[in-house]
Design a protein around this ligand. Structure first.
Ligand code: ADP
Ligand code: ADP
Length: 226
C-alpha cells in the first residue's frame, strides 16, 4: 500500500535555480506514473526529493498520508533505479544484490531469500557468480533493478533507466519493467524524456515543463489515441 502525494512542492537550489515550481501530483497505490518532459524541466529533482536525496524547499510529500519531508532515505520504503547502473565492479552479481542488505544487518537466510527471489524475477539466476563486466548492458540494468527489488520497497523510482541501452533492448526492458510492475504490485514513478516510453508504460503521464506540471492524464487522452 503506497499512495504518494506531492503538495505544492518546490525546489530552489542554493544558486537560486527554481528547478521545481509548485508541483501537485497524487499518485495512487500501485499506479505506474511517468514523468516526461525535456531535459532540465525538473524530473530528476522531483524524484530525488521523493527519495530524500534532495531537501524539499517548499511544500510537502506524503506517503500514505504521512509527511515524509524530514524522514531519512533509509526510512522511506523507497528504492531508486538510476540511469548509470552504479554496480560495484569488484563484486559478483550476488554480492551486488546483497550488499545493501548486509549493511542493514539482515540475517543471512533473509538476504539469501531476497537475492534469489530478485534473481528469479529478473532471470539472473545463472549469472549470480559473474562480475558486472562479464554481463551485457541489459543484464547490468537488471542487476540495478534487482538492487531496488531486494529492498522490498513500497515505491520504486526510475530515473531514465533505459537511456544507456540500445533500441532493441530498450523495447525489451520496457516490457519487462511493465511485467515487474504487475508482479510486484508496487507504486512506480518513472522518469523519461522518451514519449514512446511514457505512452507505452504509464497508467498516467505527468508532462513537465520549466519545473511546472503542464498536464496529467492517461496516455489515451494525452495523445488522442484511437
Ligand atoms: P531533468 O531531470 O528534467 O533533466 P533536473 O531536475 O535535472 O531536470 O534539473 C532541473 C533544473 O535544475 C535544471 O535547470 C538544472 O540545471 C537545475 N539543477 C539540477 N541540479 C542542480 C543543482 N545541484 N544545483 C543547481 N541547479 C541544479
Ligand atoms: P546500497 O545497496 O546501494 O549499497 P545501502 O543499503 O548501503 O545501499 O544504503 C545507503 C543509503 O542509500 C541508505 O540511506 C539507503 O536508504 C539509500 N539507498 C540505497 N540504495 C537505494 C536505492 N536503490 N534507492 C534509494 N535509496 C537507496
Amino acid at each position: 500500500m503506497a499512495e504518494v502525494i506531492l503538495k505544492n512542492v518546490s525546489k530552489i537550489y542554493d544558486d537560486k535555480t527554481k528547478a521545481v515550481d509548485n508541483v501537485n501530483i497524487t499518485i495512487a497505490d500501485k499506479e505506474f506514473i511517468v514523468l516526461v518532459g525535456p531535459s532540465g524541466c525538473g524530473k530528476t529533482t522531483t524524484l530525488r526529493m521523493i527519495a530524500g536525496l534532495e531537501d524539499i524547499s517548499e511544500g510537502e510529500i506524503l506517503i500514505d498520508g504521512k509527511v515524509i519531508n524530514n524522514l531519512p532515505p533509509k526510512d522511506r520504503d523507497i528504492a531508486m533505479v538510476f540511469q548509470n547502473y552504479a554496480l560495484y565492479p569488484h563484486m559478483s552479481v550476488y554480492e551486488n544484490l546483497a550488499f545493501g542488505l548486509k549493511l542493514r544487518k539482515l540475517d543471512k537466510h533473509e538476504i539469501d531469500k531476497r537475492v534469489n527471489e530478485a534473481a528469479r524475477i529478473l532471470g539472473l539466476e545463472k549469472y549470480l557468480d559473474r562480475k558486472p563486466k562479464a554481463l551485457s548492458g541489459g543484464q547490468r540494468q537488471r542487476v540495478a533493478v534487482g538492487r531496488a527489488i531486494v529492498r522490498n520497497p513500497k515505491v520504486f523510482l526510475f530515473d531514465e533507466p533505459l537511456s544507456n541501452l540500445d533500441a532493441k533492448l530498450r523495447v525489451q526492458m520496457r516490457t519487462e519493467i511493465s511485467r515487474l510492475h504487475k508482479e510486484l504490485g508496487a507504486t512506480m514513478i518513472y522518469v523519461t524524456h522518451d514519449q514512446i516510453e511514457a505512452m507505452t508504460m504509464g497508467d498516467r503521464i505527468v508532462v513537465m515543463k520549466d519545473g511546472c506540471v503542464q498536464q496529467i492524464d492517461t496516455p489515451l487522452n494525452l495523445y488522442n489515441l484511437p
